[in-house]
Design a protein around this ligand. Structure first.
Ligand SMILES: [Zn+2]
Length: 182
């Protein structure tokens, strides 16, 4: 089973009529959905690097030379995909009542002694990329660390050249920051 790229493009943009959207949602995933989705994304970005995996709104993991990095639609690069990209984002923390009330007015406002809301923006284009609501002082959430090699090797059946070790390298970045302070 396969859908046209036009239908999928309209699906992602929210322009597909509901009966067609419902039909696609109700059926098993079409075999070539991933490849078509990546093709559509690739046509929309201005950079030449190959998209390996979409990460979310505006963000993709791309192949750049021998590296796999997180890149924004605008071209801004956040570094190795195994290091939480949020460490290189602009962060606005709603950590007092005044800032929280801008989005949660009145009784909906959480207690700033218990909760903070963090907004992550791209330093290149200023787009809001992600929001997280966490207990005060909670480490930045690493939303997704996909095992890209396993996905290409075991699910798509076409392994990528130069497989890379799969591990979370986020704390190497924060460890380095710690050493700089010593
Ligand atoms: Zn950007």
């Amino acid at each position: 089973m396969s859908y046209s790229k036009e239908d999928l493009r309209d699906l992602y943009d929210g322009r597909l009529p509901w009966h067609k959207t419902f039909e696609i949602m109700s059926k098993p995933k079409d075999d070539d959905r991933f490849d078509k989705y990546v093709e559509i994304l690739q046509e929309r970005v201005s950079y030449p690097e190959r998209i390996l995996l979409p990460l979310g709104d505006h963000l993709n993991v791309v192949q750049k030379g021998g590296e796999r990095i997180v890149k924004c639609d605008c071209g801004h690069e956040f570094g190795d995909w195994r290091k939480n990209w949020k460490l290189n984002a602009l962060i606005f923390a709603r950590d007092d009542t005044e800032k929280l009330e801008e989005v949660y007015p009145g009784l909906k406002c959480p207690d700033p002694n218990l909760c903070e809301v963090r907004e992550f923006y791209c330093p290149g284009c200023g787009n809001l990329l992600m929001v997280e609501a966490v207990p005060v002082g909670y480490p930045l959430i690493f939303d997704a660390l996909p095992d890209i090699d396993a996905f290409y090797r075991e699910w798509l059946g076409r392994p990528l050249p130069e497989e890379q070790e799969f591990r979370d390298m986020t704390y190497e970045v924060t460890g380095e920051w710690g050493r700089e302070l010593e």
